[in-house]
Design a protein around this ligand. Structure first.
Ligand code: ATP
Length: 317
């Protein structure tokens, strides 16, 4: 085993996951990925539905056996040390699995007692975690009285009861409104500052850009890009993008007429994306050519553009 395999929080080499389908065929959801997550970083798995993010996360949580390759979590082998790994991780699953019948305080308290912690220690931690999750006022509320954002914050608080060094979050903000997402991001930032290593799956590129120090972009079970969000954008895209909306069905033909205005042009069903250093200039020159878009918008490149470049598809279809 190399030194990095013991020091890193997670090391995967050629990691695979396959499932036996009902027709007897084997489906490979994760097709041999290499990943290394370092202590203290926020690491992202970005990709559309079905990319293999959750399958990877379940292997990393030591709840789903690997089908091939190598995996070390906190320096341990999940096939041998599953219980020890699970005891040191925090896991926030995609679906909230809080106990609806219990109040907020008891959801945390009972979970803490599962870890075998003494009553007073658990009580103190629950108090701290309620404060941290901004739920102190809701301690006596039943879970089914909470908003979606509050439930997510409670789920994260619960995953911290054993003071994990490594926290796994599977699509933490899916289904939340913008305000609830920002509150949750704030919670995750504070954890990061406290030194907790975060591993996050998401199909929201803004979330990946905001939260992740480094990420892999996954598609159909493979990694198509890896790096810091800004590095990936600089490497695979231009500084700006001009989005031009014309009439339905006109985009493919117009792409040819505008091809020389940028480094490249992408045709989407409802708009053209012209990649260039100066998006305003693209818009101005489009007008000079007598072409009048119904709407135009200039923005900075994002991870969505990286994904489109690498796969020819958008992240959220
Ligand atoms: N238990 C299973 N049995 C059979 N196929 C599965 C199983 N779990 C996942 N898959 C398939 O593996 C592929 C990857 O799924 P996975 O949930 O890992 O993707 P994902 O990137 O997390 O997507 P999502 O955002 O929808 O969770 C999908 O095509 C899915 O249908």
């Amino acid at each position: 085993m190399t030194e990095s395999m013991t020091e890193a929080m997670i090391v995967a080499r050629g990691l695979r996951k396959s499932f036996r389908q009902s027709n007897g065929a084997t489906f490979e959801a994760v097709k041999g990925i290499d990943v290394e997550v370092r202590r203290g970083e926020a690491f992202g798995f970005l990709g559309p539905n079905g990319a293999g993010k959750s399958s990877t996360m379940r292997m990393v949580a030591a709840v789903s056996p690997i089908s091939g390759g190598e995996l070390r979590i906190l320096g341990m082998d999940p096939a041998v040390d599953g219980p020890a790994i699970r005891g040191r991780l925090g896991v926030c699953p995609q679906e909230d699995n809080l106990d609806q019948e219990l109040n907020v305080f008891d959801n945390l308290y009972i979970y803490g007692r599962y870890f075998g912690l003494p009553k007073q220690v658990v009580r103190d931690r629950v108090g701290e975690l309620l404060e941290f999750a901004k739920l102190t006022e809701k301690a006596k509320s039943r879970v089914d009285e909470l908003s979606g954002g509050m439930k997510r914050r409670l789920t994260i608080a619960r995953s911290l009861i054993n003071r994990p060094d490594l926290l796994l979050l599977d699509e933490p903000t899916t289904g939340l409104d913008p305000q609830a997402r920002h509150l949750l991001w704030d919670q995750l930032f504070r954890l990061k500052q406290a030194g907790v290593t975060l591993v996050i799956t998401t199909h929201y590129m803004d979330e990946a850009e905001q939260l992740c120090d480094r990420l892999v972009v996954m598609d159909k079970g493979v990694i198509v890009a890896e790096g810091a969000p800004r590095e990936l954008i600089n490497e695979h895209s231009t500084r700006e993008v001009a989005e031009l909306r014309f009439g339905v069905g006109e985009h493919a033909a117009l792409a040819e007429k505008l091809a020389d205005l940028g480094e490249r042009v992408e045709v989407l069903p409802d708009r053209l994306l012209v990649y260039a250093a100066d998006g305003e200039e693209v818009v101005a020159r489009t007008h000079e050519r007598g072409l009048e878009p119904i709407a135009s918008l200039v923005r900075r490149s994002t991870l969505e553009d990286v994904f489109l470049r690498l796969t020819g598809r958008t992240l959220v279809d």
